[in-house]
Design a binder for this molecule. Sequence first.
Ligand SMILES: [Zn+2]
Length: 219
Amino acid sequence: MFTVVLPVHGGAASVRALDGEDERAVDAVDTRTAIALLQRVVTGPDPARLAAADRDRLLAAVYTSTWGRDIESVECCDACGKRFDLRFSIDNLAAALDLDRPAAAERQPDGTYRTPHGSVFRLPAFDDEIGLTSPSELLARCVVHRDASDDDDALEAAMEAVAPLIDLNVDAACPECGHAQQIRFNIQSYVLGRLVQERHRLLSEIHALVCSNAPRRRR
Ligand SMILES: [Zn+2]
């Protein structure tokens, strides 16, 4: 069991390691699948009611409790085109998010946030995110009071700043040619993508086993 502090919701939740059944239940990398997975393994507030920033921290704990702290991926160099292994610690990502956090809005006792201009917003949960067709629709749902000085961009930036997602650029250098580049890392796509990949690998192994054990047809 891992205990995770929820920066937006407040308090904490516990996350257990994935078992085979949890792993087999994941067949996509979308938010609905992420929430279904979290609902199986999290003890605490309902993940569907949490902001994306809290869900990302829970997904990071799912990763750590199941596979450890190292993130590994294979990337392609922009300059020489060769593939290389990228490895970094999930702890460093979380620490970077906390350090970069500017005071874009102040948290109010009721859980809403107030910008320096006086606009007030709440952070969206999954219920707000489903069925949206544009970012301005999300703002319409989540902005409680808008000061004329805060345009859509300013409010979106404030929302992102008070609740940063584990969706950021990671510095990487190609071991072949030394070219430096940034790799986008998104915890939800990474964790769910890994599970989908493992599920495909397992299915093809089972398929291969079934085929090799199948009785040969007589001629
Ligand atoms: Zn290279």
